[in-house]
Design a protein around this ligand. Structure first.
Ligand code: BTN
Length: 244
């Protein structure tokens, strides 16, 4: 199928607009790129600041029509594709903090929000929207003081590569990984992990748990060896690294 690309100066949230388009039955796939977002959203209902001097904000709408249990992990795949695209185009190495935050020089530079539209009657997913936000060019001064320790930017000075070139490479990587029967994206993801082997903390049923991130399973789950003994497999949620 052909990809329709739409570019806007300012939108509320590229994810919100494409989710609405999917409900309206728009013929997919669609890529919506925005220069700015007034209501950019992150995971867990957080805001995503979307006014970098030069940020990359886009969402990809795909018509998937698959049963819940037949889906590849789009979240894992998108993070692997973004890291691979950055590496190929800029020769900079990024790490992926489970599930799908990208880190460069120990600071978060990108986040991904994937949202699926589901049909519970048929136990299937009908469409998926993958939203990517990346601080492409943001001078340290443009980052709010309280975030400076945690948030960074891929570039701090105008690079030769354009934002569009990076988005195009993301799409190449994404569709290549999606079509790859061997699921090599998992290997790509694991190789760039920012968490494997590290001490992590997370909440489970209201309780704070600690352990060491041991492995990433075949459906993208994070396997943690608990300090209290035993193992858990986390399928979603958020973890903190002791050093962050
Ligand atoms: C996160 O870090 O929690 C995820 C951030 C995802 C941000 C992107 S920007 C494009 C798309 N539109 C949104 O409203 N959010 C995603």
């Amino acid at each position: 199928p052909q990809l329709t690309i739409q570019v806007e100066k300012e939108v509320t949230s590229t994810n919100d607009l494409l989710k609405k388009a999917s409900i309206d039955g728009v013929d997919q796939p669609v890529l919506l790129i925005a220069e700015n977002q007034t209501k950019g959203r992150g995971r867990f209902g957080r805001d995503f600041i979307s006014n970098a001097e030069k940020g990359i904000y886009f969402s990809l709408l795909l018509n998937v029509q698959k049963k819940f249990n037949e889906l590849p992990s789009y979240t894992i795949l998108s993070a692997a594709a973004l890291a691979a695209a950055i590496e190929k185009k800029t020769e900079k190495n990024c790490q992926i903090k489970w599930v799908n935050d990208l880190y460069y020089q120990n600071k978060k530079i990108a986040g991904i929000l994937s949202e699926a539209t589901t049909d519970f009657e048929t136990q299937s997913i009908t469409s998926i929207v993958i939203g990517v936000g990346l601080n492409f060019l943001m001078s340290p001064a443009a980052i709010p003081t309280e975030l400076q320790e945690k948030v960074g930017s891929l570039f701090t000075e105008q690079p030769e590569i354009t934002r569009n070139q990076l988005i195009a490479e993301f799409l190449n990587q994404f569709f290549d990984m999606l079509q790859d029967k061997e699921q090599n994206f998992l290997t790509e993801y694991r190789q760039r992990s920012f968490v494997l082997g590290k001490q992590v903390t997370f909440k489970q049923q209201g309780k704070i748990c600690r352990g060491v991130a041991k492995a990433i399973g075949n459906t993208g789950e994070l396997i943690v060896t608990l300090d209290t003994g035993g193992e858990v497999a986390l399928s979603s949620g958020e973890i903190s690294l002791s050093s962050i």
